[in-house]
Design a binder for this molecule. Sequence first.
Ligand SMILES: C[S@@+](CC[C@H](N)C(=O)[O-])C[C@H]1O[C@@H](n2cnc3c(N)ncnc32)[C@H](O)[C@@H]1O
Length: 247
Amino acid sequence: MRHDLLHIRDLVKDVDGFLTNREGEALYKLASICRNGVIVEIGSWKGKSTIWLGKGAREAGAKTIYAIDHHVGSQEHQGEGSPVWTFKEFENNIRKAGLDDIVTPFVKTSVEARPLVKDPIDLLFIDGAHDYDSVKQDFRLWSPAVKNEGRVAFHDTPWPGVGRVVSEVLETGQFRRAYFSDTLFFLTKTDKANVLDKIRDRMMFHLSRSFYAVNASSRPKWVRTSQKNIIKMFRFMINPCPFVNKK
Ligand SMILES: C[S@@+](CC[C@H](N)C(=O)[O-])C[C@H]1O[C@@H](n2cnc3c(N)ncnc32)[C@H](O)[C@@H]1O
């Protein structure tokens, strides 16, 4: 594995968050193809995903990462004793990672932050509240600002609300070249999607569902690994180079 990825793994290992290393690496690669671009993250928590994005952006010379979070947690984080407040830890983690010069935090809801970002977006990462209405709202508000050939990535797609929005996005014909890494699912914005793109993306979505089902099953490990390898082979056949910018 590349030295920089190992270094980031090490950097984020003690940062509390909800991202696997594979998902982090996919975010890193997506960020590292945003030449001079702007990245928007909705839902930063304590900065784990922001660090992966930030390190990729640094490599690409991207301008800014807008990290949007009200920092009081989503519904599933609240209501367990003391109130949630993640901003201090977020700030510390970003500073320790040496990214405070390119990460601009907005301690706001995604709705409040929307008018503050004027630039076209290269990469939109949606990982805020996971109920259907919130994910849909985040997508509706922010995706029109994503550039043609820019990416939209969703985290936690096995969550019913997230999966439903992704499934609807596939129907719009405004995205193509879908791909997934663990529970991260991402697509490229386009004005040229054709029927074949739609079929491929729908297949990718079904593959991702099968991947999660295999992961969650109680079959022996060797069976799960073999099944996941078969799924990965199909994933490669459908989209062999997900981290390449094509025009
Ligand atoms: C699943 S966590 C994000 C995890 C983070 N991306 C990571 O990898 O560690 C979801 C975050 O979304 C934030 N959130 C929930 N609803 C939001 C909203 N409407 N606007 C902004 N942030 C929101 C919560 O405060 C929480 O920190």
